[in-house]
Design a binder for this molecule. Structure first.
Ligand code: AMP
Length: 601
């Protein structure tokens, strides 16, 4: 397949904001993609060549891509930078440079999807001396053979900023539309369709025989559609890899997809409980209450001797927490397993748990890992097990899984313990347990249904969380301003956004709560993290790729035309950096509206 086919698709996707149109465009592409290219095409649609939990990254800085454009087009760095400042996107810059330059030349070689994929793959494999120039060479090779449109998307892929608005939800729908029959009235208006009058009838059909189905009622059509979507979603939550899911769906083998030790599973999530009484009603009684610790979620994978550690965002943090690996191998009695846990910092002098802030610096640490490990000790607080010795345990009940966990974990204080639990039907006992947990410096309690399965990636109601009402929001930084005076080198005054159907909408700017130095909330530290995320600059104003999530305190939410969300925060104050949260976990516009309505009450 020529890369130009993909470039055309990118361009169409970029030009429509409509989700259904995007879904149809991708579905058409997947239909005509040959089997051997399916995985590659799906990764490239996500702007990458790896599943997102993979440690390898394409990783090329904007500076290197500037040099690449220079070496492949002959345009001077100064000219490229100038255009970049006005256009704000290196993809568009390279597109227009090549357009102007190549009017009279013929493109030497046609680029194929495979060629682009392979060169991108090689970028991640380079290490050591001369890496930068080798990377530039690999990308130059692509850009010199590229049409303007192809070059635009190669450049954007290389800097990991594809900007075609394809989120996981669109891809999930597109995979569903491609490999399950279409449904009349929902995603098809095909004449010839197999008539279906119940779910029972549907489940007996060999679906690969039908292009389209017609349900006997609108509700049934919806039910069938949701059923198809959930099949893809569940498979995705197990594997976190749409390429793998699409291949399995194409060959009718979704049921064979399994979680694998070594590949992270989307962790099960919790819903907020309104009160203890409501929780008892919602999850059934008796329930299992547990201390809710203020650390960060850690999924622990062990296969034979090999241990891998993943955060809630599926980042591999094995290197950062080397010191807990021997504890895992010696204190958990099983060969292969996946444990779910909270990793908490402990102050070895006072014996108290530290707050998340203290260990968060260890997550992103790339150098001096051992030194920080000595300073900031951590304790594993295991609360679930989802795989053991060849068996996937997610369909067992909470009660059964906890029993297995209790059997195999040998607890040792400050190394590995099980979360404190209480099984009861008595709201007073739960209240006491909650107070005790808070007194220990924990965040609150979790309230878990004894009967619930482990449902990867979903807030299904099997787990509730109960914590003091706190007026904080998780928002992503989408812009900033260069500071003044002694802060001129640093970004400050950060624009905060929430999310609405994949679009980021601004809710205000925050300039307080930050520290002068030696803190993850210092301007220097934030600037270090955010500088590579700069999309464009105009005067002092900087636009940033949504990446870094801040937890924000505020006095009030007001309706306001100043920001495109329609809301503005009064007196926002940064509390902490949430490296454990991805842009998928930030407040939605819906939540903001809800908080606004609650505050009026
Ligand atoms: P939240 O981040 O407020 O949505 O709360 C859910 C998070 O609480 C989980 O992702 C875990 O990181 C954390 N947590 C702390 N203690 C527990 C526990 N006992 N069971 C489950 N999750 C826990």
């Amino acid at each position: 397949m020529d890369y130009s086919v993909l470039a055309q698709v990118y361009s169409k996707l970029e030009s429509t904001p409509k989700r259904l149109e995007k879904t149809e465009i991708i579905s058409k592409l997947l239909k005509k993609t040959p089997n051997d290219l399916l995985e590659k095409v799906i990764y490239l649609l996500q702007g990458t060549v790896f599943p997102k939990w993979d440690e390898r990254k394409i990783g090329m800085s904007s500076q290197s891509i500037l040099k690449t454009i220079n070496s492949s087009t002959g345009a001077t760095i100064h000219a490229i930078e100038k255009e970049w400042a006005t256009k704000g996107d290196l993809g568009t810059v390279v597109e227009s440079i090549i357009k102007n330059k190549k009017q009279t030349t013929l493109f030497s070689k046609k680029l194929t999807v495979t060629k682009v994929f392979e060169n991108l793959m090689k970028l991640s494999e380079l290490e050591g001396k001369g890496t930068v120039s080798k990377k530039i060479q690999l990308v130059t090779e692509l850009i010199t053979s590229a049409t303007p449109l192809e070059a635009k998307y190669i450049a954007r892929t290389v800097i990991e900023d594809l900007r075609i608005g394809v989120q996981d939800g669109v891809l999930r729908d597109a995979v569903t539309w491609t490999y399950f029959p279409r449904i009349k009235g929902i995603n098809s208006n095909q004449e010839k369709a197999k008539l279906v009058s119940s779910m029972a009838e549907l489940k007996k059909l060999n679906l690969s025989n039908y292009e389209a189905l017609e349900a006997s009622s609108e509700e049934l059509a919806r039910e069938i559609y949701n059923y198809f979507i959930s099949q893809i979603e569940e498979s995705y939550n197990l594997t976190n890899d749409f390429s793998e899911v699409a291949l399995a769906a194409k060959h009718n083998k979704l049921h064979t997809l399994k979680m694998h030790v070594g590949k992270p599973v989307n962790p099960m999530l919790a819903i907020k409980a309104e009160s203890i009484e409501q929780a008892l009603e919602a999850v059934g009684s008796p329930l299992q209450a547990e201390h809710k610790l203020d650390g960060f979620r850690l999924q622990i994978h062990k296969k034979g001797k090999e241990v891998k550690l993943f955060t809630r965002r599926l980042e591999n943090v094995t290197k950062q927490f080397q010191e807990i690996i021997p504890i895992i191998t010696s204190h958990v009695n099983a060969d292969d397993f996946i444990l779910d846990s909270e990793l908490v910092g402990v102050d070895s002098k006072t014996d108290m748990y530290l707050s998340f802030q203290n260990i968060s610096q260890r997550i992103k640490r790339k150098h001096h890992i051992e030194k920080t490990a000595e300073h900031i000790k951590v304790e594993i607080n295991a609360f679930d097990i989802i795989y053991k010795d060849g068996k996937v345990l997610i369909d067992l009940t909470q009660e059964e899984r906890r029993k297995i966990l209790e059997k195999i974990v040998k607890e040792e204080k400050h190394k590995i313990v099980l979360t404190k639990k209480l099984i009861t039907s008595d709201p007073k006992e739960i209240e006491e347990f909650y107070k005790k947990s808070l007194a220990k410096g924990n965040e609150g309690i979790m309230l878990k249904s004894l009967q619930s399965k482990y449902v990867p990636g979903r807030r299904v109601g099997g787990w509730l969380k109960h914590k003091p009402v706190k007026e904080t929001l998780d928002l992503v930084i989408t812009g900033a301003e260069w500071g003044e005076g002694k802060r001129a080198k640093f970004l400050s005054s950060f624009t905060l956004s929430c999310i609405d159907n994949g679009k980021f909408l601004e809710v205000g700017k925050v300039g307080t709560g930050f520290k002068e130095k030696d803190d993850e909330l210092s301007f220097a530290e934030l600037t270090k993290i955010l500088r590579p995320k700069i999309i464009s600059e105009k005067g002092k104003e900087v636009k940033l790729k949504p990446y870094l999530v801040l937890e924000i305190n505020y006095e009030e939410l007001q309706k306001s035309p100043t920001y495109n969300s329609g809301f503005a925060l009064r007196f926002p104050r940064a509390i902490r950096v949430r490296l454990d949260k991805s842009i998928k976990n930030i407040e939605t516009l819906k939540r903001i509206k809800y908080y606004h309505s609650q505050q009026k009450k």
